[in-house]
Design a protein around this ligand. Structure first.
Ligand SMILES: Cc1ncc(COP(=O)(O)O)c(C=O)c1O
Length: 332
């Protein structure tokens, strides 16, 4: 099977498994796992931030990061299809007690005019106060769209001028970095907190990080423990992340090329596919999913008439060519 349902389906390579097996470990709840400490320091440094915290998932990283910026009864603004409002099962409302309002953009981009319009300052005991804006780069449900750094800088400058924080859901910030050449530190400079995932394009089996100031990360550590996310000898997992940063980052350009190849076969303009996600509108998503599976290609339905395909570490050029052929014949 050629599995294009998600970039989370990758399996650790032999070399990654060796790095995991060799990892030095300790009890991370005591802050004594040297490999976790190394990963946290390295990722914080990449984004020019003071500190980072290892978490089991991107969803937990988002909850911890946003909770460091937005309190109970306050609100965070984000795009209507953002992962934090569509795919985290209400975690931010349920666990933090915050509310959300959204702007809509067909390509998942920021809309500063809409943000300015929605923004609510502290008005005492009358209205919900906006304390953060969350942006998602790349934007998953907008087909892996990249948010241009200029737009993010404009949001950051305006948010700072009104005393509002910015969170960056950077589960796939690595793809944005590879696609545009924008330094990771530039992305770090436009946000107070960043969540990043090791288990998507980077190909690690598990793990994400919250990145921010030392104070925010200390708060996140407390909340992580409260949620049952205090982990022990997880240097074996952090080692996979360190290995992935060394060996799987720049190669993502191949995933992006494979995505464009598959897009073209599906009748989607490759110019509109900046990273590793292809969204295709089809007459019947279940029919396309079933027909592709019959020919050895797995794709995911993300709506009754929409399928989504992601390329990743376990998709070779040959796999991409074969998938393009199969999907081209079904959709042609
Ligand atoms: C943009 C974005 N943020 C956060 C997450 C959550 O990551 P996890 O599945 O590790 O909870 C995902 C997962 O696909 C995502 O696409």
């Amino acid at each position: 099977m050629i599995d294009l349902r998600s970039d989370t389906v990758t399996r650790p390579t032999e070399a990654m498994r060796e790095a995991m097996a060799r990892a030095e470990v300790g009890d991370d709840v005591y802050g004594e796992d040297p490999t976790v400490l190394e990963l946290q320091e390295r990722v914080a440094g990449l984004f020019g931030k003071e500190a980072a915290l290892f978490t089991p998932t991107g969803s937990m990283a988002n909850v911890l990061a946003v909770a460091a910026l937005v309190g109970p009864g306050q609100e965070v603004l984000c795009e209507a299809r953002a992962h934090i409002v569509r795919a985290e099962l209400g975690a931010h409302g349920a666990l933090t007690g915050l509310t959300t309002r959204t702007w809509s953009h067909p390509e998942g981009q920021v809309d500063l005019a809409a943000i300015k319009d929605m923004y609510a300052p502290d008005m005492g005991p009358f209205f919900v106060r906006t304390t953060a804006i969350s942006v998602e780069n790349t934007h998953n449900f907008a087909g892996g769209a990249v948010l241009p750094i200029d737009d993010l800088q404009a949001v950051r400058a305006w948010a700072t001028s009104v005393g509002c924080a910015v969170h960056l859901d950077g589960a796939r910030i690595w793809n944005a970095h590879v696609a545009t050449g924008t330094p990771l530190a530039d992305y770090g400079s436009v946000a107070d907190t960043i969540s990043v995932c090791l288990s998507k394009g980077l190909g690690a089996p598990v793990g994400s990080l919250v990145v921010g100031t030392a104070r925010m990360v200390d708060e996140a550590r407390v909340r992580r423990k409260r949620l049952g996310g205090g982990m022990r000898q997880v240097g074996v997992l952090a080692a996979a992340g360190l290995y992935a940063l060394d060996h799987h980052l720049e190669r993502m350009a191949e995933d992006h090329a494979h995505a464009r190849l598959i897009a073209e076969a599906c009748g989607v303009d490759p110019a509109g596919v900046p990273t590793n996600i292809v969204v295709v509108d089809v007459p019947s998503a279940p029919d396309v999913v079933a027909a592709a599976a019959e020919q050895g290609v797995q794709v995911g339905a993300v709506g009754p008439q929409r399928v989504r395909l992601l390329t990743h570490l376990d998709i070779s050029r040959e796999d991409a060519e074969r998938a393009a052929k199969v999907l081209g014949s079904i959709l042609g």
